[in-house]
Design a protein around this ligand. Sequence first.
Ligand code: ARG
Length: 566
Amino acid sequence: MQDFKQVIANCLKEKIEDLSVEEIKALLEVPPNKEMGDYAFPCFRLAKVFRKAPNMIANELSESIEAKGEITKVAPLGGYVNFFVNKSQLAESVIRNVLTQKENYGRSEMGKDQTVIVEYSSPNIAKPFHIGHIRTTVIGNSLYKIYESQGYKTIRINHLGDYGTQFGKLIVAFKKWGDKALVEANPIPELLKLYIKFHDEAEKYPEMEDEARAWFTKLENKDEEATELWQWFRDESLKEFSRVYDLLDIEFDSLAGESFYSDKMGRVIEMLEEKNLLQESKGARIVDLEEYKMPPALITKNDGSTLYMTRDLAAAIYRKETYDFDKCVYVVGSQQNLHFQQWFKVIELMGFEWAKDLVHVGFGMVALEEGTMSTRKGRVVFLEDALNQAIEKTKDIILSKNPNAKNVEEIAKQVGVGAVVFQELSNSRIKDYTFSWDKTLSFDGETGPYVQYTHARCCAVLRKAEQEVTTDINYDLLTNEDSTEVLKVIASFNKNIVLALNKNEPHIVTRFILDLAQAFNKFYHDNPILVDDVELKNARLALVEATRQSLENGLKLLGMHAPTRM
Ligand code: ARG
């Protein structure tokens, strides 16, 4: 990839010993207006090293760097060295790259020979897959695609919440009040009702808690009845989850959830004992973390039963032994920050050097605007309902724009679901945000539909042109400001993917796609494409195709479709 920042950084490196090429590249900025140049290097950080004022440094650097090759002019301004690049060469390198690499444009082999586990989604059996779960699911899926695109061997794990004392409660509730047919007809809502009823009743009859504990112990001891019921709850719940995953086009390589570790925790407890990390506390066993200013890690309760944390320890050790990962990423809400800090510390105290490769990718909460979504029964919003609502609403929007639209069902699914996905990936993870339909489904805000529409618009132009797009064009015709703007954004694709990967922040890719859509729409508005001048038409069509391909590749990294008509 002909990378202008690279070329400029190489030139600067010859004059600046104290910074690496990478550091110089990272410092390069795009000046606020085009007359100033295409790229600017700020000299402020060098003032200390050179013991000179930044504008003096800028003057000296500008004088010493010769404008040649891709660089057409070098000029100082304030504390900056401004660079002008050869626009025609920019156009040629970007367009040739995209049009030859096609769906591989943006990919790299950076992660070759490295394995990354991305754990995400991980809903709880017999509990609704609610709107809050969408964040982990969508962020995780996008991170998977981002890692995969850079050559990492990437493994997707759904750490299902399918074990724990709550299953004792559910068994008790089902045995008391359950109806098999009702559950089968409507699994999760019915199981949820039973669970809620258990809690209401247990307030009046606390002995039910003991009963529940006893049933969980039976489950841990592989009692036949307990296991059968548990298996059935799990199967029925998974049927519902699969419908959501189908809507989102999401898959996993492993569904090894918490129950998978039921026979692997004994070994962990032994290891903790051998390393003298376990302490007794009121009959429970803990790892004391006071030295690290954290509450103790609870390993077994006073009745001997294991906990969520115990299973996370067992899972991490199992994954290291099974996949020998270089990085294991946990996409889980920030409410669980402490939980992850605690057990990452325990892994470290156990002497596993790979503790440093465990990464908790947290995220903020989703609030719903008042009246945003209808709920089935009770107050929980089911994700499946939300997605179906998105599809319905999108169908209405499409038909209102174009009553004769073809294939509406399919497009409404791609756009409606895509809108929700895009919205989820629009902000930096950690931010809490409020979900609103208007903001999500708008065709002209910074939204999924807007980007997909831009892609469809490119497709429409290319269809209408009725000719092959070629790279054999006059690149001088793609040097005006609008074209250069589009090309510069396209050229930054890989850099943005890598940045998103390093920060585990898919929203960086979202931002890239929006910048590209905006730059392209500006170009589209002011530069007619299907003109009589054949040379000009060919050049502009190549730019349209390069944009289209980059949008498609970007959307796919977010887990979205790129519809060709809307
Ligand atoms: N099932 C949990 C929940 O819904 C999330 C599991 C997160 N992953 C983990 N390894 N602890 O809250």
